[in-house]
Design a protein around this ligand. Structure first.
Ligand SMILES: [Fe+2]
Ligand SMILES: [Fe+2]
Length: 142
């Protein structure tokens, strides 16, 4: 499974196919953003990418939350809270982008920091714990 991942770092593969594939989509969007910074290329469609990111982040969080509900995951409150905080962050970037009051570079740099400091940490800890729990109960059922 992890061999098919082009953008998602191996260390962040949690071992649940759907979740890993969704993280891969998110990382491909992150990659587009970091390339924009590296090349100093402020894409005409940066707004579109941020919009896509916001929509996909929401979709992804919902999909994890469905899994938590269906499996009776005990840490759902804490995990949901983390999702809420991150959703507020991505909405903030969108708002800043739309308000056109600062440079696109600033916003993209902040999004990249957010990915490094929040998102990666969340996958490595919260999502990893969810996957462990889910795989553990699935083993017991099958
Ligand atoms: Fe999560
Ligand atoms: Fe996740």
């Amino acid at each position: 499974m992890s061999d098919e991942m082009k953008y998602l770092p191996k260390s962040l593969v949690v071992g649940l196919d759907n979740i890993d594939s969704e993280h891969e989509v998110l990382f491909s969007l992150f990659d587009t953003l970091s390339k924009a910074i590296e090349n100093n290329d402020y894409l005409f469609d940066l707004g579109e990418i941020i919009e896509e990111l916001v929509a996909y982040v929401k979709f992804h969080f919902k999909s994890e939350e469905k899994l938590m509900i269906s499996s009776g995951y005990p840490n759902i409150m804490q995990h949901r809270k983390a999702h809420k905080i991150m959703t507020a962050h991505v909405h903030g970037y969108m708002f800043r982008f739309k308000s056109k009051s600062e440079s696109q570079r600033n916003i993209v740099v902040d999004i990249n920091d957010f990915i490094k400091f929040w998102f990666i940490d969340h996958i490595a800890n919260d999502d990893m714990n969810l996957a462990k729990y889910y795989n553990n109960i699935s083993d017991k059922i099958s």
